[in-house]
Design a protein around this ligand. Sequence first.
Ligand SMILES: [Zn+2]
Length: 366
Amino acid sequence: MLELWTADWVHLGDGPRRQAGLVTDGRTVLAVGETDELARRYPSAWRVRKGRYLGLPLVNAHTHLDLGLAPTFSGPFPDFVRYVIGRAERRGRAEAVRAIRHAPQRILGDIAAREEVVDWWLAEGPASGVVYWEVLGLVPPQREAAILKATRERLERWKRHERPGGPRVGLSPHAPYSLTPGLMRGVVALARELEVPLQIHAAESPGERDYFLRREGELAAFFRAQGWPLDLHPTGLSPIAYLAELGALDARPTLVHGVQVDAADVRLLAGYEAVVVSCPRSNVGLKVGLAPYDLYAHAGVSLALGTDSRASAPSLDVRDELDFLAARGLDYPRLLDWAIRSGRRALGLAPARIETGSKVEQVEFW
Ligand SMILES: [Zn+2]
């Protein structure tokens, strides 16, 4: 028996639409198009309303599954950094396995800080997308070389274990402030050489911006409290301008957060055709603000969406990010497109399309 599937919003690959749908025999998509036209062409098809959404799968472009189901922290950003450092020993495969059960999207950009978690992803992780190996370190130059050597060996091994339908391996130099310039440059060069995707947290908190511009604010105070030197990075540049100056933006990384940016930063990002992954519930929970979405849109910067980890977000479902922003007045279909087409771009995945002949398992609905 044929069925004509419809929903409030339909995204088959070329943008969100209303009054659209597909006809299926239960295994294969036989036709896609306007609902009325499909009803005319297939008069015997049983009309089935699938709910709020029908189409390509949504992408959660940024999370940290190995932080597990940590109680969500809400408070100032430097305290959050302390909180995550405090949970570091609890990161691991068991945490990631527990968390994936609570992550409805099956295309993920996941940051992993334990080798066993990358091994698990590549062997049997039940999702596609990218698992990014996280690198960070404020270390002397001789240690940089050792970290880069170990990173290269891991990446070369992991690349050999990628499987069809599974995730790719990528690299995530954590953030502009948590790697020395030499290590950041080295990790970016390695990603380019090995042709793996890159994802960097950047311009998340006001403290990060104050640290880079003037060595002031919460992050500078955190550095002092930890006994870390304050002359590791250049001053007078925004975090985005620093990444550009370092050559890191040439490697086309996906930038996570991009909250504390000004018009000059956004112009820079547009020039590099960068994709910014926004994690709005995490940003509001950590009191760092919300990304300037209109500024990005006017500059033509692509925005994708991620939940970030359960340490800073109440769920691992990217649909909750859509609802959160829609409640703040953003256009729901536009947000859907961020989570679908921009999400794929953020992870370096080819554009997808649901069309005649597509397998019905490729169609998501809720
Ligand atoms: Zn993150």
